[in-house]
Write a protein that binds this ligand. Sequence first.
Ligand SMILES: [Zn+2]
Ligand SMILES: [Zn+2]
Length: 305
Amino acid sequence: MKFEVTILGSSSATPIYNRNPSSQALNVNERLYLIDCGEATQQQMLKYDVKISRIDHIFISHLHGDHYLGLVGLLSSMHLNGRIKPLHLFCPPQLKEIIDLELRCSDTTLQFPINYRFTNPEVPEIILENSDVTVESVPLDHRIPCTGFLFREKKRLRKLLKDRLAELDIPIEYYSALKKGADYTSPTGRLIKNEELTTDSAQPKTYVYCSDTLFNISYFKQISNATLLYHEATFLHNMLERAIETNHTTALQAAEVALQTKAQKLLIGHFSARYKTLNELLEEARSVFPETELAIEGKTFLIGD
Ligand SMILES: [Zn+2]
Ligand SMILES: [Zn+2]
């Protein structure tokens, strides 16, 4: 099953040095989930071949402009492209007011419904569950209410030991029950335990998106053991005071989060405009957590494997 994320924007605050504000397209089993929608997200989608029509779920972490100013434009394009299928929007409640105002002022009635699911910045909640994935909101510590998002693959069915099944002559119609964990009783009454006939499927993988936040252990437990952790790393650690003042994280701290929460891999982004090149941020993070990569726009990262 496909589980990968494409970076569309990795800049904090303003577009600069060819970097654009936050946005990512997550592909889970060929369904696309858009995470944050900074200015230029549409252009980035065109550039990196992320089809607008394939987006049915959009997650907005918070209402600083670098995380949502591209959204109304995107909704407008969906409308003009003749979209009629519903769009699911996970966001702070005030975003609905902003969208409603924009639509009212332009006398626009969207052709498609928006199903809102408002995030709660105080407690983690399961905000979406379908056959591929469960999504939890992750309360973060920012200047305004902000949540990250945790995407967890659904647990797969058990794997059949085909040779063993053939050996024991087990009829095909029992396979689906065996995959779900059932034992098998032969026509002569012999009980064969499921563990003899199947093996466990791989552990579900997780993708965690944390932007923007102060380094705070309050969210560590919820995001622990991430297969891939995206964490904001706005500044180098010599700017720690500025990071604390603005409720952001340094590259060193992002690496510390990955280390303490036992992430398998770390992706850092949300780079400050003060850094023209990003090597120092990468080196700083890798000094604590070697499995770190930069969230470079246009790059796709596999989650696991
Ligand atoms: Zn931001
Ligand atoms: Zn912010």
